[in-house]
Design a protein around this ligand. Structure first.
Ligand code: PAF
Length: 296
């Protein structure tokens, strides 16, 4: 049987989707881009990785979109709904088309969007996008990724596994998503409030606050049927802070560049979910108050 040839459509590209699109192009896959603002016919970007620079080019997605399309949507949490609305409105879009969805934090989707063929992706790759004449995606740290798939599916995911390694396929990645939420709910607001690099959080003086933040978040996760070990989560927070010690978190970068932050989809989501389930999150609330006092 001839294998199905998929067409990969990426939005943007942003840092993570650009990283994935570059890997797909390297593997000779058919890739196009749905630009959010640009009207050009082709989109070019540069991938910078360990002293190496490579240039990429993909055409803007033609309408109607091809039948075997797979979407890569990796956007800021507050853009998830508009991004999904945008692609579902494209001529030729079919509800059965797989959509790989990657973002920080948690987003409650309206019913119509939650019924799409969504595949959450969690990744620990470090990538930063800058646009200075040309789109530049800097791959700062190798990581791993997890994609939620249905049991019977192997295609098109084996193609994605080759293009974006290492990629683990799992039937339920809720634990990974919550662990990432917890890591982001600790590192991002603290580094944004105190304007420090991630590695600063390894100092002793932060540990009791970090432990409280982790314990409260683990209790909230449990109300969502996600059971995590608090010590393991604390260790993971410190591991990420160490691995990205010299980096500024995405939230600190947003603050520095006066962009909208993901605080509502991180700390805000955690507090709200805790409230609905009767779990108090005073340390997160304190952090949110401090954040709002500085940046409201
Ligand atoms: O949002 C971020 O900056 C990253 O997810 C992380 C893991 C906190 C590292 O900076």
């Amino acid at each position: 049987m001839t294998p199905i040839k998929y067409h990969w459509i990426t939005l943007g590209p942003g840092a993570v989707s650009g990283l994935i699109a570059s890997g797909l192009c390297d593997n000779g896959e058919s890739v196009s881009v749905v630009p959010r603002h640009d009207r050009a016919e082709t989109i070019e970007w540069q991938l910078v990785r360990a002293q190496e620079k490579n240039n990429y080019k993909a055409s803007v997605t033609q309408l109607p979109i091809p039948k075997n399309s797979v979407f890569i949507v990796a956007v800021k949490a507050f853009d998830v709904i508009s991004a999904l609305q945008h692609i579902t409105a494209l001529e030729g879009f079919d509800k059965s088309m797989p959509i790989v969805l990657s973002h920080n934090g948690m987003v409650e989707l309206p019913k119509a969007l939650s019924q799409l063929n969504l595949h959450p992706l969690v990744t620990t790759h470090g990538a930063v996008k800058s646009t200075n004449g040309i789109i530049c995606i800097e791959h700062r740290g190798n990581g791993r990724s997890w994609l939620e798939v249905r049991q019977e599916e192997s295609e098109p995911w084996s193609t994605l596994q080759q293009a974006f390694p290492p990629l683990v396929l799992e039937q339920n990645i809720s634990q990974r998503r919550w662990l990432k939420l917890i890591i982001n709910c600790v590192i991002n607001p603290l580094t944004a409030i105190y304007k420090c690099e991630n590695g600063k959080l390894l100092e002793d003086k932060w540990q009791s606050q970090i432990i409280s933040l982790v314990n409260e978040a683990v209790a909230v996760a449990e109300t969502q049927n996600v059971i995590l070990d608090a010590n393991m989560c604390h260790r993971e927070v410190l591991k990420v802070a160490k691995e990205t010690a010299l980096n500024s978190s995405s939230m600190l970068q947003d603050i520095k560049q006066q962009r909208r932050t993901e605080i509502d989809q991180l700390t805000g989501y955690l507090i709200k979910t805790g409230e609905s389930a009767g779990i108090a999150t005073p340390t997160h609330q304190q952090l949110l108050n401090e954040f709002q006092k500085r940046y409201a």
